[in-house]
Design a protein around this ligand. Sequence first.
Ligand code: SAH
Length: 356
Amino acid sequence: MVSLPDLVEQERETLAAALAELGFPRFHAGQIFRWIYRRGVTDAEGMTDLPRDLRAALASKFRLTTPAVVQRDRSIDGTEKFVLRLTDGRDIESVFIPDTPNMTFCVSTQVGCGMACAFCLTGKMGLVRNLTAGEIVGQVRVLVAALDMRDTSFNIVLMGMGEPLHNYDETMKALRILADDQGFNLSPRRVTLSTVGLLPALERLAHEPVMPNLAISLHAPTDAQRGALVPINRKYGVAEIIAACKRFPLKKRSRITFEYVLLAGVNDSPQDARQLARLLAGMKAKVNVIPLNAAAGIPFERPSDEAIDRFAKIVAEHGVTVSVRKSRGRDIRAACGQLIVEGQKKSAGQQLAVII
Ligand code: SAH
């Protein structure tokens, strides 16, 4: 059976064209967007100000799918982790992080991830599949409804499960749908895309009309170190990534964030800090140090608080802005790199990742 097109996979222009094809005025597309994204309806029947024949046509010609919340955990720090079930039964995780000072949704772009970074639990799952644009935006729809945030502004970080540039087209389509002024009207400046630095996709991103903020998961200043942590570095090395970042068009006052997961005895020495600072010298950059969120199955340790401070201090003394990411939601395994949905695909790595 061929399934019907899904309303949440349509950009407004495509929807307008589809409506015209069915003999309805194009402007209804804006109305439908307002119902789905602003008012949160989950079926065409709920779009009560649409003509009855249009509602009937929508119900028979389209689906309107919404991820289902199958688990919701609240951390003592207010962070909430949602496990969402997709229509094919796959599960993903999305996280709400309050008061950073903004409200932030940490959203997934894939089920699992193919990048296999050595310290990341999601990486242990392997890539199960890409999310569609509707599933990426669907996480936002569900969280807004569950948290009653229809009138609250929020930011999005594409830092959940998955590598967004490995699912380029659907991720960019999701950002366009989120930005639609008849929908969430979410400015791309409120979105941060975090990536291991897939070069061809990074170059493509540089030419997008709708461009999010950029965060690069660097984690080490040399190819030798980074290659051991981030396997794709063997294809796209540190120097190439930095060169691409230097060419990246940045708006006034905006800077590229370089994420740096700090691992005890691996990449946290004073020399590493100095090399990192030298690498980024003269760039519009800031470093975000992420002390490792440890878990069983992850063969690294979190450095001591002193080592974390020392590292950040050296980077700062060399003139590079640096912050240390406060880990949120660790008690509910919602922190960076801790998103893993068990029991849906038993890769060998996943079986090893026994979590306490
Ligand atoms: N694939 C993208 C998006 C994931 S973002 C990327 O790699 O950028 C999640 C961030 O958390 C990345 O910077 C990732 O390297 C980091 N991370 C992964 N595992 C972690 C862990 N165990 N502790 C702390 N940070 C981790």
